[in-house]
Design a protein around this ligand. Structure first.
Ligand SMILES: [Zn+2]
Length: 359
């Protein structure tokens, strides 16, 4: 049924183009609106004016962060994954870097950055480069090897959070059911990705000493109310230790009350996604954010999310729907139907076209 939806999206594209061509520039052109979000990094509350600073001692991994807001806008920011602390840190003054992402100069999850004199401001939760206009980027070959693998088995962990003033609303078992269908939820993240991929991607809920059915609970001492979600995110990941080496995807279900009207966000071509409380339970939001982890951009013609023929459009606040896969360009990029694709070297109006033949 879900696969049929994908076929339907393909068929629509076919109809729109008369010939059997379905997508122009199917190698995932960026469709994001160029929204400069300014300084949206971590903001702790009251703190001493003398900042705690430490120099950057090793390259950090550049990460494009895409946040879905309640008003349907998108915020793009740049964070850097600091291997020395295993934390995602906001880069101060990063609009220049956003342009580099859009121009293809750097790639989220593989490009690295280090500059003499760069320092972490641990009070502000940010990383400050002395001269962002003149930086030299590096590349992490190990990260590149893992670039957006879209087939095989993915081990996943969802995290419930107990803070001093609030807790994630859903129980561990409810979160597990929403992501993995462990208590009979028929339409869940696992069921949808496996159906959409025709089982080329398998979802495996983590099971270890501390984790059962893919979910664990972390207790932190922070106050959630009015706090930037990045502060809570880093407090949670600090409790859990090195997540990147243990799991393919980690989903943080934060308690309600953090500042700002955000729904969820993910790092592109990475392993972490973060959800504002009950958005962790909604299948369209789950699929959308993990899609970003798998290197998918948004779907849209005139606005960022206006293509709702696939899960990279706007997300729906529904636990069980809609039952939908990804649109044609995303399906091409994900490579799940390679046995049904053919490429022709033909130019139409100076644009390269690719088409899929459905069998
Ligand atoms: Zn998004």
């Amino acid at each position: 049924m879900k696969f049929q939806t994908a076929i339907f999206a393909l068929a629509l594209s076919v109809l729109a183009n008369k010939e059997t061509f379905v997508s122009a520039g199917a190698t995932e052109p960026s469709t994001e609106a160029d929204s400069e979000s300014g300084e949206g990094g971590l903001r702790k509350g009251n703190h001493d004016s003398r900042s705690r600073r430490r120099l950057q001692t090793e390259p950090c991994l550049l990460m494009l962060k895409k946040t879905l807001m309640e008003d349907r806008s998108e915020i793009e920011e740049v964070d850097c994954y600091d291997p020395s602390t295993e934390q995602f840190v906001h880069i101060s003054g990063s609009s220049q870097l956003l342009k580099e992402f859009h121009d293809g100069v750097i790639t989220s999850g593989t490009s690295t950055l280090m500059q003499k004199g760069a320092y972490f401001d641990d009070d502000e939760g940010s990383l400050i480069f002395p001269d962002l206009a003149n930086v030299q980027y590096g590349d992490d070959p190990e990260a590149r090897r893992k670039l957006a693998v879209t087939t095989g088995t993915k081990e996943m962990l969802a995290v419930r959070v107990i803070a001093s003033d609030a807790s994630t609303t859903s129980s561990e078992s409810a979160i597990s059911d929403a992501w993995f269908g462990t208590s009979g939820d028929a339409v869940n993240f696992k069921s949808q990705y496996e159906a959409c991929s025709y089982n080329k991607l398998q979802i495996d809920p983590a099971n270890t000493n501390d984790v059962s059915n893919g979910v664990t609970t972390v207790t932190i001492s922070n106050t959630v109310s009015g706090t930037d979600n990045g502060v809570i995110r880093n407090a949670v990941t600090a409790e859990l230790g090195n997540l990147a080496s243990q799991f393919d995807h980690v989903m943080l279900c934060l308690p309600p009350g953090t500042s700002g009207g955000w729904i969820a966000y993910a790092y592109v071509n990475s392993w972490l996604s973060v959800y504002n409380n009950q958005w962790c339970d909604y299948v369209s939001g789950q699929m959308h954010e993990i899609g970003h982890n798998l290197n998918l951009a948004h779907s849209g013609e005139t606005a960022t999310y206006d293509d709702q023929s696939g899960m990279m459009g706007y997300s729906y606040s529904s636990d069980d729907g809609p039952e939908m896969c990804f649109n044609a360009p995303k399906n091409w990029q994900l490579g799940w139907y390679t046995d049904r694709q053919e490429t022709v070297s033909e130019w139409v109006e100076w644009r390269p076209y690719r088409y899929c033949r459905l069998r």
